[in-house]
Design a protein around this ligand. Sequence first.
Ligand SMILES: [Zn+2]
Length: 239
Amino acid sequence: MGGRAADFAFPPGCGVCGAPLAEPDALCPSCWGQLRFISAPMCPRLGIPFAIELGPGALSAEAIADPPVFDRSRAALVYNDLARALVAQLKYGDRTDLATLCGRLMAQAGHEFWGEAPVLMPVPLHWRRQAMRRFNQSVLLAREIGRRTGLAAMGGGLRRVRHTRQQVGLSGDARARNVAGAFAVSPRLLERLGGRRVVLVDDVVTTGATANAAARALRRAGVDHIDVISLARVVRQGD
Ligand SMILES: [Zn+2]
């Protein structure tokens, strides 16, 4: 029904630049052409693209220097100017319809995860931030991935117990300190999971500090396997 309703809705322009489009839920060819899709070869832990095939099991320098708390992360896009604009439209630009496109890209990027029948867990916002923004973009993305993969998105399993400052402008160490202890799990989480794996859903992975803090809370609660899917991830020049 959602699809039908969208057909008759006022056709929105390109999700990033606003250029008129024939189909809703799309980007214009120019914006689409500026997306950088992440594909193999990549670091099996962090999903960072490799310029050349390094052989099975070869890890990125980041994964070796600073092993993540979670098991694997995958992202659909390199976080470049276009990805930044896309996320901004989704979060602040009243373009929640873009969750359909973003969820589709994320469902493709996380294809290795879905066969394991995990539970999708959106990274929560603190209630105060959610009240300001009216919605959590990660919930929209998780719902969309769920619609495409048939997997359930679980709300309330993970809570943000500390109101942290925005990560924007903080260095890697400061980001990790900022989100340390920010998450708590609900007391009956393990029961609700019933042995299923968890895939954390977030819009952007920058240093991985938020995903690591969320994964640490889940690990402490006894969750064995935690993966991360994001729309975009920061890839440093030269990686
Ligand atoms: Zn455009």
